[in-house]
Design a protein around this ligand. Structure first.
Ligand SMILES: *Cc1c(COP(=O)(O)O)cnc(C)c1O
Length: 394
């Protein structure tokens, strides 16, 4: 007979999910109510307002899609991209490739603008592509590329899109709560995120927001979206302003308690304080990794503080290191993806997991495991370097 599942207690410092704040786990376990219960409708209104705060927007069309970040991505594409459209997709990692998949499955043509993995999207190349493709309707790019740890200049890219009469679709799955995300200030049109990265919430929801311009494009598209579940015209009958709260699908009630709690925590801390905390812990981790002779893939200027993509030392057994970290230290870090597989580690410092204890644990554990692998490490130097950064900050 099967028994109850009790997961091991890990420290999650990979590319997501990140450690979930215990307050959020407690919120999830509160009693389930009906998704049309008046008490639940009040919760939905608060979630919407909190998402507007987190995204920095007043967009009326702001809601959590009842599925993970990938569904938020798909929601943007199936609602905004029509068959026969031309879409410019900037790719500098894994997730830009998924955007291309989405565009093509919508029956549209993706014009790819490629940048090397580990670099930011080059706005000049995007500008050239927009000029060369005056029929393009949409520009899509990833703000925070979790596969490489690179941050792109979302403000400039969104501005280029609107100057060329294009809607912008922005992947902010790893950005939200970790680095500046200014939907209104940037003039971004469609932005999707996720709950399990820097919001440190349980996985499985995708906050999205659409500008009035994007909402008008949906209203006037003159066709039904190819997806029934993700069709925002239908979803809005449930989530929309003054909506009848008509049944579309059963909302993931307890997951939404979790998201509400995560957003309350973010509001309590404040956006700027949360971004500053991610930067401080990144600075300490970076000093420690450098003391171990470990190098970053991304130039300092474009590094994501919440996702540290680093080349591991030559001669190291990547799999053995990560296995020992997991088994002996209960510590998860991420492996490389795509062309970076077998070359890098991706060390996340996301949301609740972005703290001093985790930075020191990770550095101490890497110090020990690399020594065990026969690497001549200056033992103790990494933790000391991080401690020195913290001391200088306080
Ligand atoms: C994690 C991630 C996604 C996908 O989110 P899921 O919740 O795994 O579906 C999309 N884009 C980026 C940049 C991500 O980091």
């Amino acid at each position: 007979m099967a028994k109850s599942f009790h997961p091991p207690v890990r420290t999650l410092m990979g590319p997501g999910p990140s450690d979930v704040n215990p307050r959020i786990l407690e919120a999830v376990s509160r009693p389930t109510i009906g998704h049309l219960d008046p008490a639940f409708v009040g919760l939905m209104d608060e979630i919407k307002a909190l998402l507007q705060f987190a995204f920095q927007t007043k967009n009326a069309l702001t809601l959590p899609v009842s599925a993970p970040g990938s569904a938020g991505m798909e929601t943007c594409f199936v609602n905004l991209v029509n068959p026969g459209d031309t879409v410019i997709v900037a790719q500098n990692g894994v997730f830009g490739g998924r955007m291309k998949e989405n565009v093509e499955r919508c029956g549209a043509t993706a014009v790819m603008v490629q940048d090397e993995w580990g670099t930011a999207v080059d706005p000049q190349k995007v500008a050239d592509a927009l000029k060369a493709n005056p029929d393009a309707r949409v520009l899509a790019f990833v703000h925070a590329e979790t596969s490489t740890g690179a941050r792109s200049d979302a403000a400039t890219l969104c501005k280029l899109a609107s100057e060329h009469d294009c809607l912008s679709i922005v992947d902010a799955v790893t950005s939200l709560g970790g680095i500046e995300l200014d939907v209104h200030g940037w003039g971004a049109d469609a932005v999707y995120s996720g709950t399990q990265k820097c919001l440190s919430c349980i996985p499985g929801l995708s906050p999205v927001t659409f500008s009035d311009r994007a909402a008008a494009a949906i209203e006037n598209r003159g066709r039904r979206a190819q997806s029934w579940f993700l069709d925002l015209e239908l979803v809005m009958a449930y989530w929309g302003e003054g909506a009848q709260r008509a049944y579309h699908h059963t909302a993931p009630v307890n997951d939404l308690y979790a998201l509400h709690e995560a957003l309350v925590i973010l509001e309590e801390e404040g956006l700027q304080s949360a971004w500053d905390r991610h930067q401080r812990n990144h600075d300490a981790l970076a000093a420690g990794l450098e003391a171990l002779g470990i190098e970053f893939v991304v130039d300092r200027e474009y590094r994501l503080p919440q996702l540290n993509c680093v080349r591991f030392p030559d001669g190291i057994d990547d799999g053995a290191v990560r296995k020992t970290l997991l088994n002996d230290f209960q510590l998860e870090i991420g492996a490389g993806l795509g062309p970076l597989a077998g070359q890098v580690w991706r060390i996340g410092l996301m949301g609740f997991a972005s703290n001093q204890k985790n930075v020191l644990l990770c550095l101490g554990a890497l110090d020990a495991v690399l020594r065990q692998q026969g690497l001549a490490v200056d033992s103790g130097a990494a933790v000391a370097a991080a401690q020195a950064v913290y001391a200088a900050q306080s």
